[in-house]
Design a protein around this ligand. Structure first.
Ligand code: BGC
Length: 421
């Protein structure tokens, strides 16, 4: 090659390179803010990334560690204040409405219509993803919160039986304790404390009482005898938790049950993602049972991606692609198998799912017929973040003080919620 042809080659290469770069750019990118950072959660979010990349778009990952999402929501707020929100963000229930009211969310009606979202999503729940009657968010799953996770090997060693009532739960916990195991694996973080608390409320007050407490915020229910009993029971449960639990992440607590150090964990079914990531099989290596006394009820926690208004048309295409693939059957199967949740798309073939998810599906359908289907308070599905924060404070302060007075806690709960409204 002489000097001229060499130069020509370099020039043509140089002009070719930006073109390819431009072509990739032309396909647009989508930045997704989420808090799926544990091993199992990361495997799940990776299935979404793969789908978007398969369609030729660029995925920009913005993972903010912190179970329950409080840290991620703080990042989202500062990004929004700076006028630079991500294309998509994990946002829950009533919060979607608050972001919609700020005028920051993009309307997804075209994608929703073309892909028949109204027919695919559970009819009772569609208002969650609509603001002012327009879709502004796409759900990816349905988590159930009222679960108890059990290591059967530990139970057998301790001679304990899987509990179905609160009394049986304490009998099992005593056996586990006597055999030298940590009965309850738990992480001392406000959202985890309240995850346990809400399942206790469901068990002791029933779904109607749960609704009155966390959806209607009814003062009599919040301060009544049954709430006092719930705090008493929470205090008793606390004695079976590790005293060094402060600040422990939920997946570390899950690992204690997986590794046979602890017997049980009270946690939503994202806990299953850790069992799956550890190659454990539902019904064989571990058991899932509805939290004792809550059979027939289903506290739901739905992960949704709300979409923010964008200017760049290529990025809008990428955003629409994300919204579209999120409800496609292949993604719904792969993601929810990894995540531990139910597909939110209705009418799916459930045969690829494990025993826990199949049970969850039956229980969801049963609960949907009556009062049993209730939004999770601890996972931002029931109330505003202000009300939720007030509940978290009362519950965590109570659980951290073994001498706290249950009757006083119930009164504080009523007063704190009133002040937060
Ligand atoms: C989210 C789950 C997540 C869990 C732990 C919940 O609020 O809905 O998707 O796995 O928090 O971070």
């Amino acid at each position: 090659m002489n000097a001229i042809t060499r130069l020509a080659a370099v020039v043509s290469l140089a002009s070719f390179m930006p073109l390819t770069a431009l072509a990739a750019e032309a396909k647009g990118s989508v930045e997704v803010l989420h808090w799926w950072t544990s091993g199992g959660e990361a495997a799940a979010v990776n299935t979404l990334k793969q789908q978007v990349e398969k369609d030729g778009f660029t995925w920009k990952d913005n993972a903010v560690a912190g179970g329950g999402g409080a840290a991620a929501m703080t990042v989202l707020k500062s990004r929004a204040v700076a006028g630079n929100p991500p294309a998509a963000s994990q946002i829950k229930g009533p919060d979607i409405q608050e972001w919609g009211a700020l005028g920051l969310l993009a309307e997804l009606d075209e994608v929703a219509k073309a892909n028949q979202w109204d027919a695919l999503l559970p009819a009772k729940l569609t208002p969650i993803w609509k603001y002012d009657d327009h879709y502004v968010a796409v759900p990816v799953n349905i988590h159930r919160v009222n679960w108890l996770w059990v290591n059967p090997v530990v139970f057998e060693k301790a001679g304990a039986k899987v509990p179905h009532t609160l009394d049986e739960l304490f009998v099992a916990a005593d056996k586990l304790k006597a055999a030298g195991f940590q009965p309850l694996a738990h992480g001392g973080q406000p959202w985890q404390d309240s995850t346990v608390f809400e399942s206790l409320v469901l068990s002791i007050l029933g779904p109607e009482g749960y609704h009155k407490a966390f959806v209607e915020l009814d003062e009599q229910t919040l301060t009544g005898d049954k709430m006092v009993q719930t705090f008493k029971t929470l205090q008793r449960l606390g004695t079976y938790m590790d005293a060094n639990r402060a600040g422990r992440d939920w997946n570390i607590a899950a690992a204690d049950v997986i590794n046979g150090k602890a017997g049980m964990q009270i946690m939503g079914d994202w806990a299953k993602s850790e069992w799956t990531a550890a190659h454990k099989v539902a019904g064989k290596d571990y058991q899932c049972v509805p939290f004792p006394g809550t059979q027939g009820s289903f506290t739901y926690n739905i992960d949704s991606l709300a979409m923010f208004k964008l200017k760049n048309e290529h990025d809008i295409e990428a955003q629409n692609d994300l919204a579209k693939v999120a409800l496609e059957p292949a993604f719904q199967t792969a993601f929810n198998q990894a995540k531990g949740s139910l597909p939110v798309r209705q009418g799916m073939d459930m045969t690829p799912f494990d025993a826990c998810t199949q049970q969850s599906q039956k229980d969801f359908q049963e609960a949907e017929k009556g009062q049993g289907l209730q939004p999770s308070m601890a996972h931002n599905m029931a109330s505003s973040l202000a009300v939720q924060g007030a509940i978290f404070d009362v519950v965590t302060n109570f659980l951290n003080d073994p001498k706290a007075d249950p009757a006083k806690a119930a009164k504080q709960l009523g007063a704190a919620i009133k002040a937060a409204q």
